[in-house]
Each structure stands twice: as structure tokens, then as C-alpha cells.
Design a protein around this ligand. Structure first.
Ligand SMILES: Cc1cc2nc3c(=O)[nH]c(=O)nc-3n(C[C@H](O)[C@H](O)[C@H](O)COP(=O)(O)OP(=O)(O)OC[C@H]3O[C@@H](n4cnc5c(N)ncnc54)[C@H](O)[C@@H]3O)c2cc1C
Length: 382
């Protein structure tokens, strides 16, 4: 089952520890691979990963691995366990740009090796999309804050409200640190040209961030909102709108139901919240708040008038002020995978691998940290 987990956590091992009432052992199994184990217990698409590989699924249904991981990490938190320890100082220092899952995990791994780490984060709080994207009803902020505190307790410094490329230059970081890891994610919303400059529209990530920051005013919640998109982000927007009391929420997706990118749990939650879901339609025309769609395969047209339109059609990176060439170095060695053409600069997370998952970003952050150690002449990464 560990192969099915991008972070290589072995659920069979922590379940065995749990059977023998060894909670600390179970927590150790989770933490040795994942600094964000409590977060992943809540947001991992387990049906795609560990539960898909669970042999029990062939008998009746898979073990609720996410639920067990949550139970273990809850007790870990209640008992104030600090499982991971910082390594003996090496005298080396690494700057990380971006305090999302990839940057936080990389910081943890580097601290375990004894490297001094400073994370530069443009937002007032660490967490990336854990703090400014995934809604509170799925991931309480308290859980994210606790995971971040644990990483700070391990000795990582997190400097918030600093946008690299604006408040401090990229060259300055390169001069001050032995290596720079760029984990800035995909912080900019992709858009559809027809929705640009339309006063009735907003991107999903802007809307979700405003809800999480408490910046959404009640008078911004009209009777009918149209959401466009078929992924987890669209489901988060639609469900959030229902939870905020919007009476009529319609989600229209390009994908047909059997192709939806959203996880089964998210889709089920959205349906349960009372969102009207329409599949297989592409927007072709918009006149202020009236959108016309055409079916992808059938000769069918649909026109929807809404008070507000929120689009969730993906995210892309914003590298303003960061003059980095994301090409990997020419070397074919495994250790070169996270290294850019500039030997001192490394990159990982959604920025490199596209819209992925938290656990995937965790794994990439961990691997990048190991490659950095190797390049700095440190540790054997086997
Ligand atoms: C609404 C939403 C719901 C999601 N739901 C799930 C889910 O249920 N399960 C799941 O597994 N995944 C989910 N994801 C995906 C997951 O959150 C991402 O894959 C993950 O956060 C990527 O981690 P990252 O560290 O690469 O980037 P991010 O989380 O994007 O973090 C990047 C960080 O870099 C900072 N930054 C950017 N530029 C600069 C700069 N110049 N200077 C300083 N700091 C900078 C940003 O502020 C941000 O904090 C969701 C994503 C969204 C948007």
C-alpha cells in the first residue's frame, strides 16, 4: 500500500502499531514521511491513492485509512508529541520561496539534516493553498497552524509578508544562501478570454481566499451563482456558496460525470449540499451575466442567467520578479531532477508538476531537499 501513497507512507505499518496500542509508533510511521500528516488525513483523495490499493477492497470495502491517520494525528496533537528532531547543525543555509506544502516539507527534511532554513512567504500566514484555498469545513485552519508550529519548533524560520522579487530580490537570496528552493506553486487563476474584464465574474481562488480571510460581505451573496468547472476547486466553491446560504447554485462542467476531476467524496458532498450539477457543456458566449453553453457531443444549447459567475478552470504560476529558468540542468542523473540550469536554484511542488495534490507536493518537497543535501555535499539520499 505504501507504493500507492505518493509520500510513501505505509498504512499497514501504522495500522499494526495501532492494533498493539502503540500510538507513538503509529505516529512515527506517519511523520517519517509526511510533515503534513494531519492535513493529508483530511484532504487526501484516498480513493485514488492508499484505499485503491487496499486488499480489503476486494472483499467488501477498503479500510478507512484517512480516518485512522486522522485519529492517530489527533492524539499526537493532544499529547503534544514532537516526533521529528533537528539534525546536528551542518553550517549550511537554504532559502525556500513559498510556505505551501512543498516548501514546508522541504524545510522539515532539511532541518532533519541539520541545515538552517528560512522560508519567505508573501502572505501573512504560512500554508499556501491549505490556508488560502481549501475551505474551513474540510480543513480547519487550526490543524494547518499546528502543523506549521511543529515545523517552526523544529527550527525553520518563516518570514511572512515578503514577496521575493518585490520586497527582496532573488539575486540577494542567491548571494546570501547556499541554495534556493522555489516552491511558489500555481498562485494565479487561469481564465477564459470571454470572462476577462466582466464585472460579474471572479476566479475561484480569489473567492475562496476572500471567504477564508473573512473578506466576503453578506451583500455579495446573491440568489443565483453560476460556477464553471468540474474539479475539486469548483466543488469547493459551489459547496461553500451553499454553506454561506446562497439559495441557487449551478455548476456547469466541461467534463461528463464519469470524467469529473473532482474526487468522489467532493462530488458527493457537493450534490448533498444541493448544488445543481450539469455536465458536458462548454461556455461559448457571455453577455454580462448571461452565459450560453454548447454541449460537447450533442446538438444542445443551454443559457443560464446568474447574479454572479465564478470560474474554476485551473491555476498557473506567477514568476514575476523571479528570473528563474525552470529547465532542469542538462544532467540525466536522478539528483539533477529538481535542479534548474542555475546550479544553486532548485524547484518543486505544483510550480513544476502542475495542479496536483497536497501529498504529492509533500513528496516533491522531500525529494528536492534530499537533492539539495546531495548537491551541498551532504547526505546519501538512499
Ligand atoms: C481550492 C483548492 C482546493 C484543493 N483541495 C485539495 C484537496 O482536497 N486535496 C489535495 O490533496 N489537494 C488539494 N488542492 C491542491 C493542493 O492544495 C496543492 O497541490 C498544494 O497546495 C501545492 O503545494 P505547493 O507548495 O506546490 O504550492 P502552494 O500551496 O500554492 O504554495 C505556494 C506558496 O508560495 C507563496 N508564494 C508565491 N509566490 C511567492 C513569492 N514571489 N514570494 C514569496 N512567496 C510566494 C504563495 O503565497 C504560497 O503560500 C487544492 C487546491 C485548491 C486551490
Amino acid at each position: 500500500m505504501s507504493k500507492a501513497c505518493p509520500a510513501h507512507t505505509d498504512p499497514a505499518r501504522f495500522i499494526r502499531s495501532l492494533r498493539f496500542n502503540n500510538i507513538k509508533g503509529a505516529a512515527e510511521t506517519i511523520r517519517e514521511n509526511n510533515a503534513l500528516g494531519a492535513v493529508c488525513a483530511r484532504v487526501c483523495p484516498t480513493e485514488r491513492y492508499c484505499e485503491s490499493a487496499c486488499t480489503r477492497a476486494k472483499i467488501d470495502h477498503p479500510i478507512n485509512i484517512g480516518g485512522l491517520q486522522r485519529f492517530i494525528t489527533d492524539i499526537e496533537q493532544e499529547m503534544g508529541m514532537q516526533i521529528l528532531k533537528a539534525g546536528k547543525p551542518t553550517g549550511q543555509k537554504v532559502a525556500i520561496i513559498g510556505a505551501g506544502p512543498a516548501g514546508l516539507q522541504a524545510a522539515t527534511t532539511l532541518r532533519q539534516y541539520g541545515v538552517a532554513v528560512t522560508i519567505f512567504e508573501e502572505h501573512p500566514k504560512a500554508g499556501g493553498y491549505l490556508t488560502y484555498g481549501i475551505p474551513e469545513y474540510r480543513l480547519p485552519q487550526e490543524i494547518v497552524d499546528y502543523e506549521v508550529k511543529r515545523i517552526i519548533d523544529l527550527g525553520a524560520e518563516i518570514r511572512c509578508n515578503i514577496k521575493v522579487g518585490k520586497d527582496i530580490s532573488f539575486d540577494q537570496l542567491k548571494a546570501d544562501y547556499d541554495a534556493v528552493l522555489v516552491t511558489v506553486g500555481n498562485s494565479k487563476a487561469k481564465t477564459l478570454p470571454m470572462f476577462e474584464h466582466n464585472i460579474c465574474t471572479e476566479s475561484a481562488i480569489s473567492f475562496l481566499a476572500r471567504v477564508k480571510n473573512g473578506e466576503l460581505h453578506e451583500n455579495e451573496l446573491p440568489d443565483h451563482v453560476l460556477v464553471i468547472g468540474g474539479g475539486d476547486v469548483a466543488m469547493d466553491v459551489a459547496t461553500t456558496l451553499k454553506k454561506l446560504g446562497v439559495s441557487n447554485v449551478t455548476d456547469v462542467a466541461y467534463e461528463e460525470f464519469n470524467e469529473f476531476k473532482a474526487s468522489k467524496n467532493e462530488l458527493a458532498g457537493t450534490r448533498k449540499a444541493g448544488v445543481t450539477l450539469i455536465d458536458g457543456y462548454v461556455p461559448t458566449k457571455v453577455a454580462t451575466n448571461v452565459v450560453t453553453f454548447k454541449h460537447r457531443k450533442l446538438d444542445a444549447e443551454l443559457t443560464i442567467k446568474a447574479d454572479k459567475i465564478i470560474y474554476a478552470v485551473g491555476q498557473t504560476s506567477d514568476l514575476t520578479g523571479l528570473e528563474i529558468d525552470l529547465q532542469h540542468s542538462e544532467s540525466q542523473l536522478w539528483s539533477a531532477k529538481y535542479q534548474t540550469k542555475d546550479a544553486k536554484v532548485f524547484a518543486a511542488g505544483d510550480l513544476v508538476d502542475g495542479d496536483q495534490t497536497v501529498v504529492f507536493a509533500v513528496q516533491k518537497g522531500k525529494e528536492a531537499a534530499k537533492v539539495i543535501m546531495n548537491t551541498l555535499g551532504g547526505v546519501n539520499h538512499d
